[in-house]
Design a protein around this ligand. Structure first.
Ligand code: PGA
Length: 257
């Protein structure tokens, strides 16, 4: 089953409002004719409203970097899914490893956030991935399995089809150390098999699994040739129009490496 590739940019806690709009303007101009892949940018919360106005007539979709699972209430500092919807976000990153590491997110909170996002019609981009120690101790697949089972617990097939998974080995994030296409493909294929064997059968063939962790212009083409790699979640290299555009405009023949 053909899966439409997704290239998503995670801006993390970078940029001022003016820089954000300038970057969006350049991205729109440089990628105007791109139509066979989805482009998503995830700026910080304060810029989402203006960012929407900037990209609303373009092929660039807007995502947030996090959300809270409650609908509304006395939750100082949190942002609900309906707020994101009201500024026309279509995507939301959930369970990024930095949120798990620094802000106490767990598979349980990830699960609640996924359900909240899906209930409002947003597309969750759900991040999973192992640490270097877990990989070196041979626990990588178990860690991934636990995250998949916990994070996606109770989701129906139709819901799974609407979300996007991002495999991001923590040791590759912001380190310049990318997983090789073979290392990434091994885990992507494993995730798809877990989903197929566990609960979702053929549905797993339509779920998009992105790779994230030091994706750059130099490695995107090789990564995208792998059968189970359906796109990328890009941090550092999404902060400049030139490098992100090169990644968006990857060229790959599926299955040729
Ligand atoms: P990176 O970040 O591309 O800077 O490694 C990826 C991510 O954290 O999503």
């Amino acid at each position: 089953m053909a899966r439409v590739p997704v290239i998503a940019g995670n801006w993390k806690m970078y940029k001022t409002q003016q820089e954000a709009i300038e970057l969006l303007m350049k991205l729109m101009e440089m990628n105007e004719t791109v139509s066979d892949r989805e482009i998503v940018v995830c700026p910080p919360f304060p810029f989402l409203g203006l960012a929407h106005q900037a990209v609303s007539h373009s092929n660039i979709k807007l995502g947030a970097q996090n959300c809270y699972f409650e609908k509304e209430g006395a939750y100082t500092g949190e942002v609900s899914v309906s707020m994101l919807k009201s500024v026309k976000c279509s995507h939301v990153i959930i369970g990024h490893s930095e949120r798990r590491q620094f802000f106490g997110e767990t598979d349980e909170s990830v699960n609640k956030k996924i359900k909240a996002a899906l209930a409002e019609g947003l597309t969750p981009i759900v991040c999973i991935g192992e640490t270097l120690a877990e990989r070196e101790e041979g626990r990588m697949m178990q860690v991934i399995k636990t995250q998949v089972e916990g994070g996606f617990s109770g989701l129906h097939k139709e819901e799974m089809q609407k979300l996007i998974i991002a495999y991001e080995p923590i040791w590759a994030i912001g380190t310049g150390k990318t997983a090789t296409p073979e290392q990434a493909e091994e885990v992507h294929a494993y995730i798809r098999k877990l989903l197929a064997d566990g609960w979702y059968g053929e549905t797993s063939e339509s779920i998009r699994i992105l790779y994230g962790g030091s994706v750059k212009p130099e490695n995107i083409d090789d990564l995208m040739e792998k059968l189970n790699i359906d796109g990328a979640l890009v941090g550092g290299a999404s902060l400049k129009a030139e490098s992100f555009t090169r990644i968006i405009q990857f060229q790959a023949k599926k299955g040729s490496n």
